[in-house]
Design a protein around this ligand. Structure first.
Ligand code: X90
Length: 280
């Protein structure tokens, strides 16, 4: 059997900079203020960035990887499995599709699968892990392509946010919704919608209520004890508490916790929590 050189590529909203389960490259998004540009790569000091932003009141924005950034990440792989943040909130997917076209034209024997996660962070991680599993099993490109499309029907993303200022300032949620998240003690709980946008589900007073609400949604959305990935922005307490509550009801759930990197930290903001899960 010929040995294909295969790799996973993802934009930095996936919240990992190393991914030991498969050959992997990251395409970085950027966070921009009038004073500084933060590249969301393994060198970024996320704590410093979040701290800078806390003391900064000017305009800030983000930018997605461009076509060349994606091509650099593809490297010289025969088969690339490229996972992007939702195409409905970012240009990352479109840039990746342009890169795919250029790459396959230049190298007619190579293939790129671009996967629009319609989500971000921990749900992207679940997709990457699934691909890695199938690469280990030496499944064909087409099999992986079909299986991932199917797997995406069985994953979801929930979130809890204390502030939605950066989302609103950059036109990613309506200012009306963002205002609620700005109220003292209020946490907005929501999910990634079917079309990859933020869908608000509840306004909760206090973190404990918000965590209860997340667990309730998790069950209603069809979680039945599979994998969960929790990303948090400087809120390990809530992440640990959430994990405990889930394990209380689903003894066998496989749950890991990680810190958000730059892009998710910018938008989820201090205290924010993202939860990727498998569902029936
Ligand atoms: O292209 C760019 O500049 C990146 C824009 C990204 C905008 C959205 C990031 C959301 C980060 C917030 C909570 C979860 C949202 C779920 C979305 C479907 C995290």
């Amino acid at each position: 059997m010929c040995m294909l050189n295969r790799k996973i590529v993802a934009d930095s909203s996936c919240d990992v900079t190393v991914f030991p389960e498969a050959p992997f490259s990251l395409a970085s998004l950027k966070i921009l203020t009038s004073e500084k540009e933060y590249v969301d790569d393994d060198q970024l000091d996320v704590a410093e960035m979040v701290d800078d932003l806390k003391n900064y009141s000017g305009r800030s924005s983000t930018s997605c990887p461009n076509t060349q950034d994606w091509l650099d990440a593809f490297g010289d792989a025969d088969e690339v499995f490229c996972v992007t943040i939702t195409s409905n909130l970012s240009g990352a997917y479109n840039a990746a599709m342009t890169a795919k076209a250029a790459y396959e034209k230049e190298h007619p024997d190579r293939r790129v699968l671009v996967i629009d996660s319609l989500s971000t962070g921990p749900e992207m991680l679940l997709i990457m892990e699934k691909i890695a599993e199938m690469i280990r099993e030496e499944r064909s490109f087409d099999e992986i392509s079909n299986e991932i499309a199917h797997y995406q029907q069985h994953t979801g993303l929930l979130f809890m946010l204390e502030s939605m200022n950066n989302l609103a300032n950059n036109g990613r949620v309506s200012p009306v919704i963002a205002k609620v998240a700005g109220l003292l003690g209020i946490r907005v709980v929501g999910k990634a919608s079917d079309v990859g946008t933020l869908e608000q589900l509840n306004k909760c007073r206090g973190e404990r209520k918000a965590l209860d609400t997340l667990v309730r949604h998790l069950k209603e959305l069809g979680f039945n004890g599979g994998k969960i990935r929790i990303g948090h922005c400087f809120n390990p307490g809530a992440a640990v508490e959430l994990k405990a509550r889930i394990l209380n009801q689903f003894e066998k759930a496989r749950i890991t916790i990680h810190e958000c990197r730059g892009l998710c930290s910018f938008y989820a903001e201090m205290g924010g929590l993202l939860l990727g899960f498998e569902k029936a």
